[in-house]
Design a binder for this molecule. Structure first.
Ligand code: ADP
Ligand code: MG
Length: 339
C-alpha cells in the first residue's frame, strides 16, 4: 500500500514537473525596419531564439535599402553592370524574380527608384510630378534581373528593393532554424508577417488577429486560427503620409510608380511559405480585388482575407472555418469567396 502511494506521488510529480518544464524564450527587437516579436517553446528555445535573432540582424544589414554597410547597398551602388553576390542574395533574388513572374510584375523588386522618389516612411516624403514618375518607368522591370550562379547582372539605372519580400524570406529562414533545434511550437511576428509554428504549447491552434485598417494597432476585425501557417498582411494603413486630404501609402503599382489605388484596403495571405505570402500580399494589393480573386482561384496554394474600401471583408473558402468575425465597430460585412 505504502509503495503504491509513493509510486503515485512520483507519477504526479513527474506530470507536474513535465508541464512546468516547457521552456519559453521570448524577445522583442526592432530590425528590418519593423517591430519583431519572437516566442519560442521547447527544450532548445533559448538556443533557437538566439540563432534566429542573429540571422535577422544579418538580413537587416544585407537586404536593407537604407543601410550603407550591407550587400544590397553594394549592389545598388555598383560600378559595373555585373557584380558578385552571396548565395543568400542569389537565393532571395531568384525567389523574388519567380514571384514577380507569377504575379506578372504586380510584385516587382526593381520598384526601388520609385520607393526612393516618394520617400514614404522617411522624414521627407513628397508627391512627385507626373513627369518624374513617367521618367522612372523604363527602370522598373524585373525581367532585367539576370542571375547566373553567383553573379547578378542589372542594367545601369536599375536598383533593387526587397521590402516586400525580405521579412517573409527571413521567416522561412527562421522555420529552418526551428527545425534544426527540434522546436514544435513558436510564434514569430515580423511586422505584418506572422509565422505560427505548430500549435500552442497547450495543443490549441494559434490565433492571429486581422487588423482593422480604420482602428489603431490593437483593433482587429477578425481572428484566424492557424497551425503551421504563415499569416501575412499588406495594407494602406501600414506606412503613409497625407497631403491635401489624400493618403499616399507605401505599396506602389510598378505600372505607374505611384501608390496602388483600387478597391482594396488590405490583403492577408495564409500559406505555407513566408516569402511567397509576403510577395503575394503586396502583389494582390496592387492587382486589385477582381484580379486578386482570379489569382487565388488559379493558384490554389494559398488562402486570403480581403478588406475592401466599401467595408466588405471577403474570406476565401479554404479558411472560412478558421476565421471568426470581430466587428466591434459594426462597420464591416463579411462574406466567403467560393472557388
Ligand atoms: P510591409 O513592409 O508593410 O509588410 P509589404 O510587404 O507590402 O508591406 O511591402 C511594402 C514595401 O515593399 C514598400 O515599403 C516598398 O519598399 C516595397 N514595395 C512597394 N511596392 C512594391 C511592389 N509593387 N513590389 C515590390 N516591392 C514593393
Ligand atoms: Mg509583402
Amino acid at each position: 500500500m505504502k509503495l503504491r502511494l509513493a509510486a503515485w506521488l512520483t507519477m504526479l510529480i513527474m506530470l507536474f514537473g513535465g508541464c512546468s518544464a516547457i521552456r519559453e524564450a521570448e524577445r522583442n527587437l526592432f530590425l528590418m525596419d519593423t517591430t519583431i516579436s519572437l516566442r519560442v517553446f521547447g527544450d532548445n528555445a533559448d538556443a533557437a531564439l538566439t540563432e534566429i535573432a542573429e540571422r535577422l540582424s544579418v538580413f537587416d544589414r544585407d537586404f536593407s535599402h537604407v543601410r550603407d554597410d550591407g550587400e544590397l547597398y553594394r549592389i545598388n551602388n555598383r560600378e559595373n553592370q555585373t557584380v558578385d553576390i552571396t548565395d543568400e542574395m542569389s537565393d532571395i533574388l531568384t525567389t523574388a524574380k519567380k514571384y514577380a513572374e507569377e504575379t506578372r510584375g504586380a510584385f516587382d523588386p526593381t520598384i526601388a527608384p520609385a520607393v526612393k522618389l516618394w520617400g514614404i516612411g522617411t522624414e521627407n516624403p513628397r508627391v512627385p510630378e507626373e513627369a518624374e514618375l513617367r521618367a522612372l518607368l523604363p527602370y522598373i522591370d524585373y525581367r532585367k534581373i539576370d542571375i547566373s550562379e553567383k553573379k547578378l547582372t542589372l542594367p545601369r539605372g536599375f536598383s533593387i528593393n526587397l521590402g516586400a519580400i525580405a521579412k517573409g524570406y527571413a521567416s522561412d529562414d527562421a522555420r529552418r532554424v526551428l527545425d534544426k533545434h527540434g522546436i514544435g511550437s513558436a510564434v514569430l511576428s515580423l511586422g505584418g508577417n506572422v509565422y505560427a509554428r505548430g500549435a500552442r504549447p497547450d495543443g490549441t491552434p494559434w490565433r492571429v488577429g486581422v487588423r482593422d485598417p480604420e482602428g489603431t494597432e490593437n483593433d482587429i476585425l477578425g481572428i484566424i486560427e492557424a497551425e503551421d501557417k504563415y499569416i501575412i498582411s499588406s495594407g494602406d494603413y501600414e506606412r503613409y503620409f497625407e497631403r491635401s486630404g489624400a493618403r499616399y501609402h507605401h505599396i506602389l503599382d510598378p505600372k505607374t510608380a505611384a501608390p496602388a489605388d483600387n478597391s482594396l484596403r488590405a490583403v492577408v495571405i495564409v500559406c505555407d511559405e513566408g516569402a511567397r505570402g509576403d510577395a503575394y500580399s503586396t502583389a494582390l494589393f496592387v492587382m486589385g480585388y477582381d484580379a486578386a480573386l482570379e489569382f487565388w482561384r488559379e493558384k490554389r496554394d494559398f488562402e486570403a482575407v480581403f478588406v475592401l474600401k466599401d467595408n466588405r471583408v471577403v474570406v476565401t473558402e479554404g479558411i472560412a472555418e478558421s476565421f471568426s468575425q470581430r466587428n466591434e465597430s459594426g462597420r464591416y460585412t463579411y462574406e466567403t469567396a467560393k472557388r
